[in-house]
Design a protein around this ligand. Sequence first.
Ligand code: GLU
Length: 431
Amino acid sequence: MATEKSTVTASLPENPMLATALNKLEAAFDALDLNEGIRAFIRHPERELKVSVPIYRADGNIQVFTGYRVQHSSARGPCKGGVRFHPDVDLDEVRALAMLMSIKCAIANVPFGGAKGGVCVDPSELTKVELERLTRRYTHMILPILGKQRDIPAPDMNTNAQTMAWMMDTVSALQSESSTAITTGKPICLGGSEGRAEATGRGVVITMVEALKRLGQDPAKVSVAIQGFGNVGSHAAKIMSAEFKSKVVAVSDDTGGLYNPNGLNLDAICKHVDESPRHRLEGYSAEGTKQISNSELLTLDVDVLVPAAIENQITEKNANDIKAKLIVEGANGPVTHQADKILVDKGVILIPDILANAGGVVTSYFEWVQDLQSFFWNLEDVRSKLTEIMKRAFAEAWDMAQEKNTDLRSASFILAVKRIADAIEQRGLFP
Ligand code: GLU
């Protein structure tokens, strides 16, 4: 039986996301009374790959970037998870995110394990040609551990359908065959799925509405502030306002925020973002709408807060000032462990990232199934299957929280860890 503690868990790591994930993992182990062998199995990522990614810059010089791919668990199926390009990417962050993917896939009950990849780079400093070179070289470097039944990347922070198209094309070229199922989140013309682009935002809205139902609140009567107006935040804003008549009063991106207590004109804002050169909110103005900072947005007097930007936005410094009674984590890791505790103690209902933003990977699962079968579904099919899975996952997490008298994040971990532990036990160990 494995008794040795991992170096990443001997003391809590500095990376707040990894610390939160490991903390919740330990609590779930205790709640399930798992033996030390299974605990060690789940604590340790199965495989960690660090690669050097050299590319020619436009000036003809070579620059070397560092990339990672971490596969946390393949117990429940092929490893699955995004690839991010960001200057803060490091091994601990990718480890945390890979573990969260295993948990996320288990909560949604899609037949995947968890992985994550990333390159430490500021993509805004690269030209499109340089970005393509970086993506292709990184793909080549991690290809030994990828595979449509092994590990399937998807978009994450600063990566998108174009990135997935380049990755898929690189693998197809190297393997001399069309490998559409090797990535998800691709453009529709290359085996992407209808509804994948909006899926994470739609999932956020579905979980928000399910929570409001249980709290006896009408989605049409709530005010919502959304931090982050990228793929997740902008789709969530549009869907909750158009389909559920929720009042979106504030949105923000890295250029600042907009606030109108009577509700924002989302059509005008989206048009502005589409047409502005950097696709940002900056420069938008309308009567009754004032500029606010990202930190002001978080503490607005609203019913629902959706942090859908980046990690570690709600910390012990601002958690006490949060006024929303419901928080829906569109981003991965927006609330630190310390802040999570403060909010739960205050009675705030927090729908954790691993549940709230699972719509992306659920629709990645649909895309993978469609690619394997070369048979494609229409948008209505995708939306209704996504809704069914998200509602079921939310209900299971909610019921577990009631049963164990705990918060939704802890309950989601318990649910997921149980599924992963069951898979490990049923498979047994090779050799
Ligand atoms: N990057 C997304 C996430 O964190 C999607 C992953 C996927 O579709 O594989 O959930």
